[in-house]
Design a protein around this ligand. Structure first.
Ligand code: LMR
Length: 331
């Protein structure tokens, strides 16, 4: 049924890769919300180039960046219905179908990049992919791509101590964990799609946001935010999902090549994420338009303590197994 919506992709009658040519390629529509020069944008384009190379153009990955085709609110629905074949959402946004994906928002859960990578390579991450919720929605999880640690920014004042957040309003991506995070700090929040966040910050609909440096940079949030503190309080990472029926309808010889390309793109994303976030951090500091405050470990510790209620509230939702399992990977 999903395939019926994939206009132009008559993949299910064509069982052999030989049925496709560079002039009549099998098309994979890949939709995402960040800028083409962001971590995710670059990795998606790299993947598309690799697929073209490996399949001699028989498979064409059409990348639609910057919420061009679908924004936050509808890209998951578009994947489920088969209107796009591949997406790479920030995993928080999977909360719609499985609340455990909010593991990524649990304050100070991940220690460093290595810890995050260990999680991506773990059984725990595989279990999220093997869930009945994904299967029931005809979705298959393919890979994890990192972006980076998030940092708070806003327009009112430097954010250092928990009390500095009182009365401010922040943009959230999705889900109740992020809402609870701001509540714990005495702040309000509103869920706003990524594509509308710049305008919301500019117009003062919200005072602040939380982003990895690279998203802050590539979305030009530095034009509409005055203060940024290196709070490093949570993660923003991606998972690559495909429409399962579409994926299984692909000729196997081509599918294997696309899988190879995705493995290579994943390694590229792993290397790129840390580098690009560091570059963006240097750039933001050098612009002179944003007052950047570099937090000490003690100051982060105080924030972590203030955010403890989020664990009390959400341990059962995320599951103790997942939280304890992630913690154990740091040791
Ligand atoms: C966000 O909404 O902040 C993120 O999902 C953007 C992204 O990196 O995909």
């Amino acid at each position: 049924l999903a395939l019926a919506a994939c206009g132009g992709n008559s993949g299910n009658e064509k069982k052999s890769g030989d049925d496709y040519t560079a002039d009549n390629p099998l098309i994979i529509k890949f939709s995402h919300v960040t800028a083409p020069d962001s971590v995710k944008g670059k990795a998606a384009n790299y993947f598309a180039d690799l697929v073209k190379e490996k399949t001699d153009g028989k498979v064409k990955v059409e990348v639609y960046p910057s919420s061009q085709l679908y924004g936050d609110a509808d890209e998951l629905d578009a994947l489920v219905s088969g209107n796009v074949h591949m997406i790479a959402p920030s995993v928080t946004k999977m909360v719609k179908i499985d609340p455990r994906w909010q593991y990524v928002d649990m304050p100070y859960l991940f220690k460093d990049e290595e810890h995050v990578q260990k999680f991506f390579d773990s059984e725990l991450a595989q279990e999220l992919f093997n869930s009945k919720q994904l299967a029931a929605n005809d979705i298959k999880g393919m890979a994890f791509w990192p972006n980076g640690f998030k940092h708070f920014s806003n327009n009112k004042r430097p954010l250092v101590k928990p009390e500095d957040f009182k009365g401010l309003k922040f943009r959230t991506q999705a889900g109740q964990v992020l809402e609870a995070q701001f509540e714990a700090l005495g702040a309000g929040s509103a869920t706003i799609s990524f594509g509308e966040t710049y305008a919301a910050l500019q117009q003062g609909t919200v005072d602040g946001a939380e982003n990895p440096f690279n998203n802050f940079d590539t979305m030009k949030f530095y034009e509409v935010q005055k203060y940024l503190s290196t709070t490093q309080h949570g993660r923003l990472d991606y998972a690559i999902f495909v429409n399962k029926s579409f994926w299984e309808s692909m000729p196997e010889d081509l599918r294997v090549l696309v899988e190879e390309a995705l493995d290579e793109a994943t390694k590229y994303a792993q290397k790129l994420a840390a580098e690009e976030n560091q570059k963006s951090f240097e750039k933001i500091k050098s612009l002179g338009t944003v007052e950047v405050y570099e937090m000490t470990d003690e100051e982060r510790e105080a924030l972590k303590k203030a955010l403890q209620p989020v664990y009390d509230q959400f341990e059962d939702v995320i599951t103790k197994e997942l939280i304890d399992g992630i913690n154990a990977l740091a040791e």
